[in-house]
Write a protein that binds this ligand. Sequence first.
Ligand code: UDP
Length: 490
Amino acid sequence: MTMMNEEAMDLILIPAPLMGHLISDVEMAKRLLQIRHQLSITVFLMKSPLDSHLNSYVQSLLAHNHCSRLKFISLPEEDLPAPASKEPTNGFTLFSFFVESHKPNVRDCVNEMKKNDVRLGGFVVDSICMAMMDVADEFGLPTYVYYTSGAAMLGLHLHLQSLRDDHGVDVTEFKDSDPHLNLSTYSKPFPPKLLPLFALDKTGGSAYFLDIAKRMRKAKGILVNTFLELEPHALESLSKDASAPPVYPVGPILNLKSNKIQESSEKEILKWLDGHPDSSVVFLCFGSCGSFPEPQVKEIAYALEQSGHRFLWSLRRPPSHGSIFSTDYNDPEEALPEGFLERTKSIGKVIGWAPQAAVLAHPAVGGFVSHCGWNSTLESIWSGVPIATWPIYTEQQANAFQLVEEIGIGVEVKMDYRYYFMGEFEILPEKVNAKEIESAITVLMDHPTINPQRMKATELKGKSRKALEEDGSSFNYFKCFFEHVMNNII
Ligand code: UDP
């Protein structure tokens, strides 16, 4: 048997095979390694049968297997399972079968590691892959969770699960008209119409979502992509939940280098921004899956033209049937009002996929019209840019509520907008008209120095950076987490 360094230890990280999650999971691992030099992390990567972008990112990680302390292992590929019964299947059930199907592969890899006398400290599992906790249990290893959304959302998640499991409430029956909910991680009453759609989904989504929370309660600790100064109320409330494990706010975990964009197009966009005064450009971008029906695209265009503000707009086409990913238009003109590009060419630029983090960091950008995905939210905060909230899918409506009502950097465009959900298009949402969009943009962009959302965003920018510095709150929480892991080693 080889001599082992007393302190040396390996954690197994199981990221989720979804781009927004995987990037965050890997960045979190890198951060942890920077803070603890005795630690190694082995990342088990799942490829996706549906997402070629994800697979090229996985390939790039495998190709770079950069340092001996961060190892990437590709799990054997699995197909999407055929539905086993006549039960309705949706994206959630398929996703959960898909994760389940990787369990034997994970088991084999752990056995291999054990043969090599690796001292294992436990599993760190992306929250949407909680099923892997079973494998950790088989090996007698502790499971820790990485939650890629914020602390308020984690509290909402745990609360709904407790309503179902401890109080027999069918949360899928919550209606828009019901009284507001008292969720302890939000200081204001929470409108049920802004609950994540999957929590309300009767065809498996809700069960899947709430079962995640049930398993998270059994984990040894939850790392959350937030920081203490951003969500003090939510974190305080989570610390009082005796049936939840300790929560470690270790964010913002960001990938500030966009890896999807080709250098030349990125440069061209940033060069265009160079030509504009500070805080003068409104940036519109709606996440990896965000898009709008064409009549809505036209209303946004009218609003931009009417507002007269400079703009950079990432405009993407709705996914084709059976996919969940929006794509770039070959020619955006096909969705835009006639002559729009020509009329606005001196003040605006319409692009496809954006180098978002770099755009938000550019001094010319003064406001962000966003779908309020949690990564986008943190990137905006990191750069001190206020947000006009236009949620579309997953948990973004709740994030929008938090940005406007709790954090104070959000201006509402439309809080309860929903367009599609795991590839299934909902009934077309009511159109948000140009006037409403224009007013939100005006509030977002006007009076830069006295705008309260901008002032708050500037304050949080400073705090987000401090949190990650040595002795900052997130740095210290990472250290606490590590001590906790060491204490749990058998
Ligand atoms: N993103 C980007 N360019 C785009 C759209 C998205 O770089 O045109 C990045 C964005 O910077 C963020 C991630 O994709 O890091 C989106 O994550 P988020 O959690 O905000 O939303 P999701 O796409 O998961 O809904």
